[in-house]
Design a protein around this ligand. Sequence first.
Ligand code: ZN
Length: 265
Amino acid sequence: MPRNFCRLRLLGLNLLIALLACGSSYAARTSRTSESSGSLTTVVIDAGHGGHDRGGIPGQRIAEKDMTLDVAQRLRNVLAASGYRIVMSRDSDVFVSLPTRVAIANSYRNAIFVCIHFNATQRSGAGGIETYFYSRDSLQLASAIHSYVAGGAPSSNRGVRRRGFYVLRKTNIPAVLVECGFLTNPTEAAYAGSASYRQKLAEEIAAGVRGRNIVGSASYVDQTKVAKSEHRRSKRSQKKGARKKKSSSKPAGSEARSGSIDREG
Ligand SMILES: [Zn+2]
């Protein structure tokens, strides 16, 4: 009997130790999780265009694809320094299709998607910063990024806009497309040509990513109906143009250029 009693006491002790061990490892796990909440978010950075797709409009002096890649790489450096996990949809001058960009974004959980573009239009006076989102889950991120980028830029504020761009419509994580100014506007093209300005853009976008949970949702212009009619129009013109010149079809470019309400070309 006493031996059994001893065995029972030992069993109890073992159980207590096991429970304590379990509890401490649980505490370690939760403290790691709370310590890193937010900082471990994956940011998928999408530099618009690339490779044969220069972006912008025909004859544009500064290639949009170079500016978007430069800002994207700067943004990666700033966010990585803040502890975010970064995924780049492209990290060199290569063409990446829109479905591939979306597939990359959708393969990450607890992630956000930030798409970098610059605007273009035939009307050289058009200028300003605009930020797009589509899903309701993306409005807060769009509002935060826009408030920092537009707030920190000397260009005019064209507001937050809701529109069904392919990369915004097809992604199932919060997704935002920032148009960082018009490369066809001489003043904004000069800003974009400066490395320090592109660094500032990257820092403002990063501030928006970090502040996405504290900046309130902005009011926005709903352009979802415009997107549909433009999509139909661009489909028709693509069919017409396809016979004439295959290389004139630029899926990423047509998406981004239709971002401008001032689109004239
Ligand atoms: Zn673009």
